[in-house]
Design a protein around this ligand. Sequence first.
Ligand code: FAD
Ligand code: NAP
Length: 533
Amino acid sequence: MLNVTPPAFPAPGSQQRAAAGARSKVPLKPGRSLMDWIRLTKSGKDLTGLKGRLIEVTEDELSKHNKKEDCWICIRGFVYNVTPYMEYHPGGEDELMRAAGADGTDLFDQVHRWVNYESMLKECLVGRMAVKPIAAPKEVSSIVSEDKKQLNGVLPEKKVLATSSAKDLSPSYDWFQTDSLITIVIYTKQKDMNAELVIVDCRDKQLRGEIIMDDHSYLVEVDLDHEVSEDVAGNFCVLHHFLNIAEKVGKVEIILSKKDNIHWKMLGQPQEGHNTFIKCTDRGLFYRKCKLVSKTQVTHDTKLFCLMLPKGTHLCIPTGQHVYLKQVIAGTEVIKPYTPVLPFLSLDFQEPPCHDGVHIYLMIKIYSHGLFTQALDHLQIGDYISVSNPEGNFKKSQVQTSEDLFLLAGGTGFTPMVKLLNFSLTEVSCLRTVKLIFFNKTEDDILWRNQLEQLALKDERFEVQFILSQPSKEWVGKQGKISSSLLSEFVKRSRRDSKVLICICGPAPFTEQGVQYLKDLGYSQEEIHTFTA
Ligand code: FAD
Ligand code: NAP
C-alpha cells in the first residue's frame, strides 16, 4: 500500500514547524497530483535514465547531480533521482533542492521519517551509496568472519573493498540471525527481480541459492553451520514469506528456520561456487532429485508426468524454457531436455510464477525404441529422477510487445506453446490474435485437442488449426506438411503493419523448413523465435 503523504524536506527555518507537524506546502500545477505521480511511476517510463540498472554511487558522483534538471538525493544509503518528482513534491522544488547532490536522510527524518518514500520513489531509485574505503584493500574474507553483522542499509565495508570498479555491479550478500531464523540477504543491484529468477535448494545442511540476471548467475553456496528445519525451508512458494523478494530494489531474502535455537557463529563453510557472479553457461547445471507422483495418458503414446520438487527447493520454470532430466541407464548417465507444461489449459487463473510451487508437469512422447523415454516409462510412482535448473533463450518481453502471435507446433513441439498460450491469453492485453497451427501425423496424435478447442471457445482472440500429414479418410480438416502455401494461408498480420511474433517448435527439419518458408514470405528474423536446446 502506498502511503498517501509524499516525502518532503523542511524548508529553511521550518524545523520547529516540522516538529509541530506543520509543513510548508506549495500549490502544485494541474496534472501534478499524487495520483498523477503514481500514474507516472506505473507508466513504465524510465525515471532514472539508467534503463533499469542499479548502480553504486560514490559521494563524488552524488555531489555532481545537484541541479533541478539533474538532482540526486541519498536517503538511508539509497540514492534517488528526484528530478522527475520535483513538480509533484508538495513541499516544492526548493525544499527538495536543499538536499540536492547530498545525503538528505537527516532533513527527511526531521519532517516525517514515517513516510514510505521507498514506495513513493521506487521508480526513481538510482542505486546504493558506496562506502568509502578506509583501509587497504584485502581479499574478501570467507563467510566464517561474517557473524553478527548488522544490516543497516549500507553495504558491509569489506564487500565494497573487495569489488573493483569493473565488479561494482556484481551482486553481494549478507546474513543475520534471530533466535529462531537465519536470513540471507542478496543484493542483486538489478531491478525487476522476480520469483522465476531465484532458485533455492536447501537440503540437510547444504544451501544453494542462485539468482539469474540476464545471462549471468550469482550463487550463494554454503555448507551451513547447523541444521535448519525442513518444514520451514520447504515449500517456498506456498509459504511465501520464506523467500522475500523486494522486486523494485532487487533484494532477495532467503529465510531459514533454525532446527535448534542456538547462536550460529558463522553461516557455514563456503562451497566451490560460493559468492561468484559468472555467465550462466559457465555455471554448469545443478540437479535435484524429484519424485514421480503421477503418470497420466494423454494420447496413445504420450504421457503427462507429474514430478514433485523436494522440500526446501524453490524452482519456477519460466515460460519458454526447458529443463534437463538425468537418469542412469545401463550404468551411464543419460540427459535429455524436456519442456514443462501446465497440468491443463485454463484461463481461470493468472499464471502463477510457478504454478503451485511444488509440482512440475512434463508431457512426454514414449518412443518404442527411445532410450530415455523407455526408461522414463518404466519409472514407478514414488521413484526419483534428477531435474536440472531451467534453460532457454525465450524472453516474455517478445510476446509483451506483440499484437499477433502465431504458434507453429509439430508433435511434442507443442510443449513450449502450453505456458506461452496461457501467459499470452491471461497476461498480455496488447495481443489481438493468438493462433496455434498444430501439425501432427494423425488425429490420434493431437495433444490436448479437446482443451484447445475449449480454449478457442472461451477466448475469441484464440484460434487453433489442426493440420495432419497422414490423416484417415474421415478427416475433414486441413492436411499436408509444413509448406509455404499452408503458412501463407494461416500466418497473416491482422493489420498491414501489426507487430507479429511467430514461435516454432517441432522436429528439427520441420522447424528449419518452417523458418525458411516464413523468411520467404517476408517475415524477419526478429519476428521468428525457434525453440531449441
Ligand atoms: P532416442 O533414443 O534418442 O531415439 C530412439 C528412436 O526413437 C529414434 O530412432 C526414433 O525412431 C525415435 N525418436 C526419438 N526421438 C525422436 C524425435 N525427436 N523425433 C522423431 N522420432 C524420434 N520431447 C517430449 O516428448 N516432450 C518434451 O517436452 C520435449 N521437450 C524438448 C525440449 C527440447 C529443448 C528438445 C531439444 C527436445 C525436447 N523433447 C521433448 C525431445 C526429447 O529431448 C527426446 O529427444 C525424446 O524424448 C526422445 O528421446 P529418447 O532417448 O527416448 O529417443
Ligand atoms: P512427429 O509426430 O513425428 O511429427 C509431428 C509433425 O511434424 C507431423 O505432421 C510430421 O509429419 C511433421 N514432420 C516430422 N518430420 C518432418 C520433416 N522432416 N519435415 C516436415 N515435417 C515433418 O513429431 P514428434 O515425434 O512428436 O517429435 C516432436 C519433435 O519436437 C521432436 O524432435 C522433439 O525433439 C522436438 N521438440 C523440441 C522442443 C524444443 O524446445 N526444442 C520441445 C519439444 C519437442 P510427417 O512425419 O508425416 O512428415
